[in-house]
Ligand binder design. Sequence first.
Ligand SMILES: Nc1ncnc2c1ncn2[C@@H]1O[C@H](COP(=O)(O)OP(=O)(O)OP(=O)(O)O)[C@@H](O)[C@H]1O
Ligand SMILES: [Mg+2]
Length: 371
Amino acid sequence: MSFLKIEKLKKSFGKVDVLKGIDLEIEEGGFLVLVGPSGCGKSTLLNTIAGLEAITSGSISINGKVVNDLHPSQRDIAMVFQSYALYPNMTVAQNIGFGMEIRGVAKAERDAAIAKVAETLQIGALLDRKPSQLSGGQRQRVAMGRALVRDPLVFLFDEPLSNLDAKLRVDMRTEIKRLHQRMGTTIVYVTHDQIEAMTLATRIAVLKDGVLQQFGTPAEIYNKPANLFVADFMGSPSMNLIPATVEVDGGKVGISMQRDEGQPLLLPLGNSAGGLASRHGQKVVFGIRPEALTDLDSADRNATQVSELDCEIEVIEPAGSDTFAVTRLGGREIVARLRADAPIAAGQTARLAFNLDKALLFDPETQERIL
Ligand SMILES: Nc1ncnc2c1ncn2[C@@H]1O[C@H](COP(=O)(O)OP(=O)(O)OP(=O)(O)O)[C@@H](O)[C@H]1O
Ligand SMILES: [Mg+2]
């Protein structure tokens, strides 16, 4: 049974419809990550779950109980806000313990809980400081501490790591994952960060303009995006999306793409594309992630359908563990992922391997994935 269930949820501010009928559910102990462009309604959705915003229609239930009309304090939820505010005149310890103090928890119990959270978040040495004496990252951890000190039904996090530097962000990401594994509390988490979404989530919901685009496991969202928006939004660097035409020859399905010079390029698709035979001559968008486009040595040995192709390399971008190469196909700039020391330089022609097992096709009219 789902622990948190959101059905046909709509939220309007005056005439502006911000959430346009959202259906989502997550099991107990699940980690639901909400992603989507700025302004798509992520924080609004979180605020409706918390009860900070009244919903226009639909329903929200937690642990089998509809909470639509429950006051935030009765929902047993702990939230870390996008713009967290600490009490400036209280110490770190007082900030973390304030909620418990309000609820009348005894001092000894409070102190023990504060010490435990401080250890987890590595802010033990800061407990007597005021917020003004902390760095941004330290303040953010204190804000997390205020939520973690509780044992709620659901944690809601709104971009809790957004103000941290890259290193601390990665450390905290691991820490949050560890916390989740240990506590097993249900979490709903908003982020802009692809990697955060992929690494933390048991389920990802992709939102655009208040409409749910796809709801699935990280692997489903990444490997089988429902439409062009999800395909383009998830993954870094983004999926290559190239205009192409379906070619059917003797029952074999392939796609052709324009090249800058010479004949169009014809790529064969595997048997899984058999269902597209009726689409001969139709325009499609060919999607392939950078990691399925590699130097020959890095090609996936287990792939069944690989095409090799000479490509003009325009730009080389070393990224440490691997190198990205920019080339061009079908009038589009595309990105290939090479191993770090691949002997390929800008301005050269290099032979690249296309792993067509990973090829996706989209209908440019409906934007939906068709392969
Ligand atoms: N109180 C409000 N009154 C009117 N419009 C609002 C209100 N709160 C949010 N909105 C609008 O609702 C839309 C969604 O806002 P929301 O804060 O949920 O977006 P978001 O996905 O969290 O964006 P970001 O990633 O930038 O935080 C935006 O267009 C915003 O302007
Ligand atoms: Mg927001």
